[in-house]
Design a protein around this ligand. Structure first.
Ligand code: NDP
Length: 288
């Protein structure tokens, strides 16, 4: 069976890595980039450059879109909707879940097989199993493109809701962001005692590694839904967090990252949930 032809729209850092990987794996690649000069090294390496998006999408039945954001994707794809009919479009551009759903609805109107993707990797990881790529949307479209997508890293089809891949990506990135803020807080506090940042970072790493497995126990309480397991309570935790905030300020360090947690715990206590498992804070996150 001959390898399918693939078009890559967008040759920024990520699109370039993807086009290179596909070419190295024997796929016939057509590339397009707004700034045409970026196609030159790819043409030298064996890809075909398309002068327009229309020309690029006509060249292949599988089109990978690796542009900056949702706006740039729609700006480039909307005018070629008719040419994309029956094509598998895999949008690897980072978008929000609702943006993915919006593009999927547009694609469905035009008979396009739309798969939304989220890349959990940096360009240098593309092609390595450590690169995790999430996909959701048109399952048949995913199956058609699977052999292509599997060359980019470890793939996971998260479901037919086109927003799911993005949702998981954003959820995991949120977890990372909040965890890194923890590093920042600890480093800021310990710097007041002259401890170098790298030393505190190593301590934080060991501490978090020991604590992380308990996350699953908290998750089980959330799934249980009653918050009455007798674990660490809202009242216990709100005094704990108050100490952290006070200690931080005593050292001349702002506690802005910690204050939202305290606020949620105080809300729970005020609502009569002081005895609940503290993880009940998750219920306060829902916007009503
Ligand atoms: P770059 O900034 O390197 O490249 C952006 C690309 O988008 C360029 O090809 C640029 O074209 C193009 N572009 C921007 N605006 C428009 C527009 N209006 N019309 C047409 N093309 C446009 O970004 P990356 O390649 O790093 O990222 C691409 C996507 O991959 C992003 O959504 C990013 O979030 C995602 N991603 C990137 C990761 C990374 O580590 N780099 C990690 C995970 C996801 P031009 O060359 O003409 O400016």
């Amino acid at each position: 069976m001959t390898a399918p032809a693939v078009t890559v729209l967008g040759l920024g850092a990520m699109g370039s890595a993807i086009a290179t990987r596909l070419r190295d794996n024997g796929f016939t690649t057509t590339v397009w980039n707004r700034t045409a000069a970026k196609t030159e090294p790819h043409v030298e390496a064996g890809s075909t450059a398309a002068a327009t998006v229309a020309e690029a999408v006509n060249a292949s039945d599988i089109v990978l879109v690796v542009l900056l954001d949702h706006h740039s994707v729609r700006e480039q794809l909307d005018p070629v909707a008719a040419q994309l009919k029956k094509t598998v479009v895999v949008n690897l551009t980072t978008t929000t879940p609702n943006q993915a759903r919006e593009t999927a609805a547009w694609a469905a109107e035009h008979g396009i097989h739309y798969v939304d993707g989220a890349i959990m990797a940096v360009p240098s990881m593309i092609g390595d199993p450590s690169a995790r790529l999430l996909y959701s949307g048109d399952e048949n479209g995913y199956a058609t493109a699977q052999a292509v997508l599997e060359t980019l890293g470890t793939t996971e089809f998260t479901g037919e809701d086109p927003g799911l891949a993005s949702l998981k990506d954003m959820a995991l990135l949120s977890a990372m962001d909040l965890m890194i803020l923890g590093y920042v807080q600890a480093i800021a506090m310990m710097r007041t005692a002259g401890t170098p940042a790298v030393e505190t970072a190593a301590e934080v790493e060991a501490w978090l590694a020991a604590m992380l497995p308990h996350g699953k126990e908290l998750a089980a309480i959330v799934d249980g839904g009653t918050y009455d397991t007798g674990g660490q309570s809202v009242d216990f935790d709100r005094f704990g967090i108050a100490s952290l905030i006070t200690a931080s300020r005593e050292q001349g360090i702002r506690a802005d990252f910690l204050e939202p947690h305290q606020k949620l715990l105080e809300e729970l206590a005020a609502a009569g949930h002081g005895d609940s498992d503290w993880i009940r804070v998750i219920e306060r996150l829902t916007i009503h």
